[in-house]
Design a protein around this ligand. Structure first.
Ligand code: AMP
Length: 217
């Protein structure tokens, strides 16, 4: 199954992608993760992307779409994949559809309808492991030992773009540039909606039922 998870930052797309990827044995392709990894390694891509990311702006379409199209050539995507954080503009969606062609197009785009209050609360409380990248939340998914990763024991940190001023800009950028994708995928007939305000386990159950009912393979 080839699916896109759509929704504002803080909707829980990343968290659900990790669980879904494990359950359905599909690669989780997150453009945010790929870009952050490139920044961490000071790769040319990271150097280009960093200033946009720090401000909560979108990295230019041609850069991000190029990354995804390359990634989708990897044989591990044959059975399907979960796209998280891509596409984020109508141009990216059109270019993706064109690259995939009609026969191997997307099966479903799931929109995580999320209230601004919940999104802000999740982003401001999010903490990430410096080493393995696992995500926590100070209240909702706290680590066993404060500021320390349960999985690998390394310190947790707050993503620079999760600070309040940047979060507000990211939500604005989402409303202006990404929200129109809901209409785009509605018109293509592949849109499903879920509540992004649900907790992790509850939302996973809702998503599993949607995939079962749609008979996605
Ligand atoms: P995320 O982890 O998905 O919230 O992404 C973090 C940041 O990476 C975003 O605020 C953007 O600056 C950049 N980014 C991630 N995905 C995209 C995309 N599809 N298009 C443009 N910029 C992106």
């Amino acid at each position: 199954m080839k699916i896109v998870l759509l929704g504002p930052p803080g909707a829980g797309k990343g968290t659900q992608s990790v669980v879904l990827s494990r359950e359905y044995r599909l690669p989780h392709i997150s453009t945010g993760d790929i870009l952050r990894e490139s920044v961490k390694k000071s790769l040319p891509l990271g150097l280009k992307a960093k200033s946009y990311m720090d401000k909560g702006e979108l990295v230019p379409d041609e850069i991000v779409t190029g990354i995804v199209i390359e990634r989708l050539k990897n044989p591990d995507t044959k059975k399907g994949y979960i796209l998280d954080g891509f596409p984020r503009t109508v141009k990216q969606a059109v270019d993706l559809d064109e690259a995939l062609g009609k026969t191997s197009g997307l099966d479903m785009a799931v929109y995580f309808d999320t209230s601004e209050k919940v999104a802000i609360e999740r982003l401001s409380g999010r903490r990430v492991c410096k080493a393995c990248g696992f995500n926590y939340h100070v209240k909702n998914i706290p680590p066993k030992k404060a500021d320390t990763c349960d999985k690998c024991g390394n310190p947790l940190f707050q993503r620079p773009d999760d600070k309040e001023a940047t979060v507000i800009n990211r939500l604005k950028v989402y409303a202006d540039q990404t929200k129109p994708l809901i209409e785009y995928y509605k018109k293509s007939g592949i849109l499903k909606e879920v509540s992004g305000d649900l907790g992790v386990d509850e939302l996973f159950k809702v998503l599993s039922k949607i995939f079962r009912d749609a008979n996605l393979k």
